[in-house]
Design a protein. Structure first.
Length: 180
């Protein structure tokens, strides 16, 4: 079988996998509404607050990579000038504070296996420091892929990147409509 033929067979399988993933999200959302939440799910109705003050704009959305090592955008870029204050979106414990390659990074563990990361950020916090929702955690620094014009927010659940937008309330759920 040629590579082209293999890709043609793979497309329907990917479509089925996407539908199953959406159905799983619907089940998780229903569980959250009843108050019974599996600790392994992201609560789509979460009350996380935005880490930067209004007005805010997402300059670049989350783009899930095709595979763990593929290209993608593993977070969102939120418009913010260098020096803008950054706030904890939820309670947690500082997991990491320091430099990664060419930028300063702060990561917060929010209970379970949920971790948020902010870059570039100048912060006086250290690993182990507790933070509460709305608490200032630092200021947007220079560096990174949108130097001085944004802050990157990434979220990992069980070590896998997920869209941070899932954690902010009031975002309408996407609905698939039939073709034709």
């Amino acid at each position: 079988m040629t590579t082209f033929g293999f890709r043609l067979l793979l497309r329907p399988l990917c479509a089925v996998a996407a539908v199953l993933a959406l159905l799983a999200g619907t089940v998780a959302s229903s569980a959250a509404e009843t108050g019974i939440v599996d600790t392994g799910t992201v609560d789509a109705g979460s009350d996380w607050s935005w880490p930067v003050a209004a007005p805010r704009a997402v300059l670049r959305p989350f783009e899930a990579p095709a595979t763990r090592y593929s290209a993608g955008h593993r977070g969102i870029d939120i418009e913010a000038d260098a020096g803008a204050e950054v706030f904890a979106p939820a309670d947690g414990i500082v997991h990491f504070s320091g430099r990664v390659i060419d930028r300063s990074v702060l990561s917060i563990r929010h209970g379970g296996d949920l971790l948020s990361s902010y870059e570039p950020i100048d912060s006086s916090l250290a690993a182990g420091d507790p933070v509460v929702r709305g608490q200032p955690i630092g200021v947007v620094a220079h560096g990174g892929h949108c130097d001085g014009g944004c802050m990157h927010l990434g979220v990992r659940l069980h070590g896998e990147y997920v869209s941070p937008m899932l954690l902010f309330g009031g975002i309408p759920r996407a609905v698939l409509l039939p073709l034709g």
